[in-house]
Design a protein around this ligand. Structure first.
Ligand code: FNR
Length: 187
């Protein structure tokens, strides 16, 4: 991959609600990409609940689509809320589906994490649990910077546009780090 190849990133947020801060943070990231990067957003809503009886008969179409998009992407951007100090079920369920053999698509994939919460810690505990899960899946997560959008209601306007300049700058830096990491891993 040369320095001028466009990086196609697949982004998904672990919340289904319309007014989600995490979906809004993903939209902000789509605006804040460095030159040579695009982020396609994938909605997790069509992913059914994991059932191994279903899986052995074949991946349901939304799961097959999700897996194919992960596989095709140069890198992933996962935007996570925090539920009960951990990963929301919606997101964990989607990762569990995508992770099943054959050829689990997270293997060797460059991944950046970020998250937003109305609380003071900005989803850090959910992000740490994601890092732990991706050790098993050999997903290669960018270490720095951490993007923890704490006190989320004060950082977005009434139209859910991320207006907080420090948060925007952290996202810019994370996306640049993801671009550098992806190019470095491809050498
Ligand atoms: C939460 N919330 C929450 N926030 C947090 O910072 N730490 C937590 O452990 C939890 N736990 C939790 C559990 C459950 C079941 C819900 C529904 C919510 C609050 C959560 O951060 C808040 O609802 C966010 O707005 C969710 O993200 P979206 O939907 O705005 O993207």
């Amino acid at each position: 991959m040369s320095a001028d190849t466009t990086l196609n990133v697949l982004g998904f947020a672990g919340s289904l609600r319309k007014a989600s801060y995490n979906k809004a943070a993903l939209r902000a990231a789509q605006e804040l990409v460095p030159p040579g990067m695009t982020i396609e957003a994938f909605d997790l809503a069509p992913i059914p609940l994991y059932n191994d009886d279903v899986r052995v008969q074949g991946f349901p179409p939304p799961v097959a689509d999700f897996r194919a998009r992960i596989k095709a992407a140069d890198a992933l951007l996962i935007v996570t809320p925090e539920y009960n100090h951990s990963i929301p079920g919606v997101l964990k369920n989607a990762i569990d589906w995508a992770s099943r053999p054959p050829d689990q698509p997270f293997n060797g994939k460059p991944i950046a994490l970020m998250g937003a919460s109305p609380g003071a810690l900005g989803s850090v505990r959910a992000q740490m649990h994601l890092r732990q899960a991706f050790v098993f899946l050999n997903g290669l997560i960018v270490n720095q910077p951490e993007v923890l959008i704490a006190n989320a209601p004060s950082r977005f306007d009434a139209d859910l546009r991320l207006t907080d300049e420090p948060a925007r700058e952290f996202i810019r830096k994370l996306l640049q780090a993801l671009a550098d990491w992806t190019r470095r891993l491809s050498r």
